[in-house]
Design a binder for this molecule. Structure first.
Ligand code: NAD
Length: 486
């Protein structure tokens, strides 16, 4: 069945009604590959944020009282709508976020799985715990936290918004969502349209389209939300706690993923995984492999094979099925990536593969390969572009020290043909996630996704996501009158 594409995306759902933002300034949504303006509208103001929160408080009371079955129905229907609207979504993701078609299908698959997983979160329960007081019954009820603020980035916009929005709504919270400036539709408005069509009542989800610098503080400092779920850079994320005050924080921040290749690794497998982890979505992934750390005994062979594979990747228009590497999202991001490469070369790195950006907007940066040490800027900082840094390690011990010598701790990987050795190594890596013989870019709605160190606080996926989105209410019942001290 074909559906009519969603329209009216130049306005936003605010407290139950779709209307223009009340800021005098406009948002302009552009295709990062062609430069074409695909959507324009009026941005949200601080007073729109107030309205969204006021509506969220009102709507949450009734939403929290709906039955698990009613809430499940919304998410089952959302999954059906995602199926029916897959091509429409692929079109938006390629045009707005510059993703290749293959990557768009993967993202949509994860979002569909998240909608299905949300069904499992709809029935919150309670349990009893023993008391030292005779005749006392302790009941601990798991409850929705209340109003949840979600702030998301542009790189996997649909998934990174929906992974909080879906479980937050499933347990009976209301949500105010602020997608990134570059992806207002795939990070926000399309999600609102899907949930609205699936039967979510008005006001339970509001979307505010605007700049972080203009409405970010209002969203975070506002007294209404009980939870701030922020996914984005460490630079912005580390400022959130002081502004949020007494609220729960879920912070999913930047990464600097090491992929360690030990001396007994299957090199073909390791090179394939490293190519994917470095260049998928132009390296604009928090879990991307920022550093390939290679045992000295296999280093030169790995470098040769890696450069040969990277040279063969197809760059260009993300709409074409053969394209591996498309455009960088914005001029600002492209300039930042090129600056990190230039500073790394100044610091002594060797450029094994490079080239100038191309395409209509000049934003398709070809795969770069740097040979360097762990102290060059491309190894110390998160690059967020198609740039691999290969670092030679003396041995396993040195490889572990290099892998851990970073302020970040999100994803990581180790390659070895000895699985027990791989697991032992993985447990020594200071990261939230370590994959043995696989890419660093791996997410699974059923597993605990999150970071250590400056990469964040909290976990998504499985039952772990509920830690941030629910609260406990202790109700005690005194069955027999108890003796009191006076
Ligand atoms: P960013 O920090 O610039 O922006 C993220 C979001 O925060 C956007 O919606 C932005 O508008 C908003 N924002 C900006 N300033 C704000 C402020 N003062 N107050 C409140 N909100 C504000 O990040 P980005 O460039 O959009 O995304 C890339 C970064 O996100 C990378 O560092 C990447 O590693 C990280 N990321 C992390 C994960 C994860 O799960 N750990 C996933 C994807 C991306």
């Amino acid at each position: 069945m074909t559906s009519t594409p969603y329209d009216g995306l130049d306005v936003m759902p605010l407290a139950g009604a779709w209307r223009a933002g009340s800021s005098p300034d406009r948002f302009v949504d552009t295709d990062p590959y062609t430069g074409e303006v695909i959507l324009e509208g009026q941005r949200a103001s601080v007073s729109d944020v107030d309205d969204a929160y006021a509506g969220a408080v009102l709507a949450q009371r009734d939403w929290a009282r709906t039955s698990p079955g009613e809430r499940s129905a919304v998410f089952l229907r959302t999954a059906e709508l995602i199926d029916a609207r897959t091509e429409e979504l692929v079109d938006w993701l390629t045009r707005e976020a510059g993703t290749t078609r293959m990557r768009a299908y993967v993202e949509i698959g994860i979002v569909r799985a998240t909608a299905m997983a949300a069904v499992t979160h709809t029935a919150l329960g309670s349990r009893t715990v023993a008391s030292d007081v005779p005749g006392k019954e302790n009941r601990i009820y798991q409850r929705p936290a209340g109003v949840v603020a979600v702030i998301s980035p542009w790189n996997f916009p649909l998934h990174l918004s929906f992974r909080t929005v879906a479980p937050a709504l499933a347990v009976g919270n209301s949500v105010v969502l602020k997608p990134a400036e570059d992806t207002p539709v795939t990070g926000g408005l399309f999600i609102a349209k899907l949930l609205e069509e699936a039967g979510l009542p008005p006001g339970v989800l509001s979307v505010v389209i605007g700049r972080g610098s203009e409405i970010g503080d209002a969203l975070v400092e506002h007294p209404t939300p009980r939870v701030i779920s922020f996914t984005g850079s460490t630079a912005v994320g580390q400022l959130i706690p002081a502004k949020a005050g007494v609220k729960r924080l879920a912070l999913e921040l930047g990464g600097n993923g090491p992929m360690v290749v030990l001396d007994d690794a299957d090199l073909d497998h390791a090179v394939d995984a490293a190519i994917f982890s470095n260049y998928w979505h132009q390296g604009q992934i928090c879990m991307a492999t920022n550093r390939v750390v290679v045992d000295a005994s296999v280093h030169d062979e790995l470098v040769d094979r890696f450069v040969a594979r990277a040279r063969d990747l197809v760059t260009g228009d993300p709409r074409l099925p053969e394209t591996h590497v498309g455009p960088i999202i914005s001029e600002r991001q492209l300039a930042g990536v090129r600056n990190k490469v230039a500073r790394s070369l100044d610091a002594g790195a060797e450029l094994l593969l490079g080239g100038d950006p191309s395409g209509p907007t000049g934003r398709v940066l070809p795969p770069h390969v740097l040979l360097g040490t762990n102290d060059i800027p491309a190894a110390v900082e998160e690059v967020f572009g198609p740039v691999a840094t290969i670092i030679k390690a003396r041995d396993e011990r040195d490889a572990l020290a290099i892998a851990n010598d970073t302020t970040y701790g999100l994803s990581s990987a180790v390659f070895t043909t000895d699985l027990e050795r791989g697991i032992a190594f993985a447990l020594e890596v200071e990261a939230g996630m370590t994959h043995v013989n696989d890419t660093t870019v791996h997410d699974d709605v059923h597993a605990a996704f999150g970071g250590e160190k400056q990469s964040g606080l909290g976990r998504f996926g499985g039952e772990w996501v509920l830690d941030d989105l629910t609260t406990e209410h202790w109700v005690s019942v005194q069955h027999v009158r108890r003796p009191l001290p006076f």
